[in-house]
Write a protein that binds this ligand. Structure first.
Ligand code: 5GP
Length: 133
């Protein structure tokens, strides 16, 4: 909002590929959509199940949403993650084989697309959490 614009707001690049997906400028394979989030298949899946969940708001990474987002947006985003887990029947709570959620941020996280996304991976054993040095 004018001079009150937070410096963090200027970090968001609205030409990133997920912003274009949200504006329907490029297609996606939608898994589900809610008021606050979109879930779609990753274009280069690294497991039999590889879904990306993104908030509809302009957030770069998870801490950005948590620090700047409204309670509604934070809850809505997390609820969309729950809906994906339920829709794809991934929860060990329901006797399923489980999943892994990853959200890369910044340089050390090796984040390629600067719009917050949760990777939800499943369909096979996913091995160690991270590579050893
Ligand atoms: P990051 O490295 O930022 O955590 O992950 C970005 C992810 O976005 C990658 O897994 C990559 O395959 C996926 N991706 C990049 N471009 C597109 C696209 O145009 N459509 C879809 N569905 N996924 C994409």
């Amino acid at each position: 909002v004018g001079s009150e614009m937070c410096i963090r707001d200027s970090l968001y690049d609205d030409q990133n590929i997920f912003a274009k997906i949200l504006r329907s400028e490029i297609p996606n394979e939608t898994v589900l959509e809610t008021e606050f989030a979109l879930a779609f298949n990753d274009i280069a899946p690294q497991a039999p199940v590889h879904v990306l969940v993104i908030p509809k708001g302009p957030y770069v990474c998870y801490d950005h949403l948590l620090s700047e987002g409204s309670s509604e947006e934070i809850l809505g985003f997390n609820n969309a993650i729950l809906q994906v887990i339920q829709k794809l029947e991934l929860s060990p709570m329901d006797g399923n084989s489980g999943y892994r959620i990853i959200s890369n941020a910044g340089v050390y996280g090796v984040q390629d697309v600067p719009h917050l996304h949760m990777h939800i991976l499943s369909g096979r054993s996913l091995g160690r959490m991270i590579e050893k040095d």
